[in-house]
Every structure is written in C-alpha cells, then in structure tokens.
Design a protein around this ligand. Sequence first.
Ligand SMILES: Nc1ncnc2c1ncn2[C@@H]1O[C@H](COP(=O)(O)OP(=O)(O)OP(=O)(O)O)[C@@H](O)[C@H]1O
Ligand SMILES: [Mg+2]
Length: 265
Amino acid sequence: MADIILDVSDLNIEFHDHDKPETVVFDFDLTLEKGEIVGIVGESGSGKSMSALAIAGLLKRHALTKTGRIMFDGHDLLTCDRDTLRSYQGDEIAIIFQEPMTSLNPVKKIGWQVEECLRIHHKDMSKQERKEKAVNMLDSVGIHEPEKVYNMYPHELSGGMRQRVMIAAAMIADPQILIADEPTTALDVTVQEQIVELLRKLNREKQTSIIFISHDLSLVSRLCQRVLVMNKGYVVETGKTEDVFKRPREEYTKRLIAAIPKIDI
Ligand SMILES: Nc1ncnc2c1ncn2[C@@H]1O[C@H](COP(=O)(O)OP(=O)(O)OP(=O)(O)O)[C@@H](O)[C@H]1O
Ligand SMILES: [Mg+2]
C-alpha cells in the first residue's frame, strides 16, 4: 500500500473578521504519498494559499475557524496542542513563498537565515555543525561559492538566488513535506525552469513530498504527478496531471487550460 504521509479531509476555512463570516475553502481533501509531487491550480482567490497555510499550520488562529482533519504523523494538526504543531512547523512541514525578499530578513546574513530551523528544532547541534549543514545545503541548491554567500545579505543576491536560499532554508532539516506556493512567479522563465529542476532533484534525492501551487499549468504538468483544480474555495477536479490536463471533465478546468497563452513563432 502507498505510504500516505498527509491526509487532509473535509477542511473548511471560514473568516470572521468582517460583519458576516465568509467561507473561503470548502470540503478540501488531499492525500499526499511519500515522495509524491501534487499540484494545486486555480484562479486567483480560489483558496490555494489558504489551504496550503492551513496545512503548514500558519493560518492565524484568531478571526477564523477551521473544521475537518489534517492528519500528519498520527496527529490532527487542527486540534493537536501548540507544542506538537510547533515541533512539525519548519522541521517536518516547510513552506516557501513567491517573493523571497519578504520572507528573508534584510538585516540578517544568509547563513543565519538558512540555519534558523536548526536553531529552533535542533538545539543540541553545535554552531560548527550548523554552519557545515548550511553551507552544504547552499551548495546542493546550486549556489556557487556557498561559503561566501553564507556571509552575504539578501540584497546582494539576485531573485533566483534568493529563492534558492529560501529553498535551502526550507530543506535544511530534511522536512517530509515541502509546500511551494508560487515559488517561481516572480522569476524569469529560465530561472523558473532551474527552480523547478531543483525541486525535482530534492524530491528525487530526499523523497520529499511536495505540494506545488502555481498559475503556470505548463510547469505543473511537467513537475506534478497529480493535480487539484480549485474554484471559489472548492476542489472541482482532481486526478493524474496528464488525465486532468489532457481530458478535463469540468468546464472550469477547460477554461483554465484554454487561457494558457499559445505562442506561435
Ligand atoms: N483576512 C481575510 N478575510 C476574509 N477573506 C480573506 C482573508 N484573507 C483572504 N481571504 C479570501 O480568501 C480567498 C482565498 O484566498 P487565497 O489566498 O487562498 O487564494 P489563492 O487561490 O491563493 O489566490 P492567488 O492565486 O491570487 O494567490 C480569497 O477570496 C480571499 O479574498
Ligand atoms: Mg495564493
């Protein structure tokens, strides 16, 4: 039987910070196998990030309710105690976002940021060990002269390099799940390809399961084995990426696919 490491069922997310409550994710289901890459696509506002943040345990606890189950390692992440949730955050379930400049601290050196998760979750590790791991990680995400970059600041790097640093920071503790929420949107096409290739390499080498959120259906079709299509908070279609993109059942999916610009040269 497949090794299921994450099992999300009937997840509903509702906001209360306006006059009337607003549900933004309805009955979201997702199972993730070890080593699997699953894509989430859908128009802006369809609930992709909210679902991802819920899985990462990063939705603010006030001003909203969540129902359903997010089962990971025998715990329901929606109801488990704070310490249990914190022990997974970053260490077992890591997340990267679109714009690394907002996630990186501008006044802290790259090395310090890459090591953050080790400082929080692996307190017994020596300074030297942390540095060694960070430099190795920078190397394995394709950063040249990792020793030098270790001592640099975010503004000294290009956008693509910063995203590599974010991936290094997310992967340093060898998480079981990496959630990538539009990790390539702010990057040019060649750099996008490199980042996708890097995710594929980490997935292959470490068997990390990946949830990849993107508006780029072409990237999703090349990277993800399965895909979820979201519309207005609902998962409207799901299946093997090839089946969904080649033979979409839902009108909405057909429209998404039809909206991909085709360039004839
Ligand atoms: N604080 C909030 N209160 C109420 N509704 C919110 C709040 N934050 C986000 N939403 C709504 O939640 C819905 C889902 O947003 P989400 O960020 O998950 O969309 P998305 O699919 O990631 O879109 P995008 O592709 O633009 O990133 C949107 O309709 C958004 O307006
Ligand atoms: Mg989003």
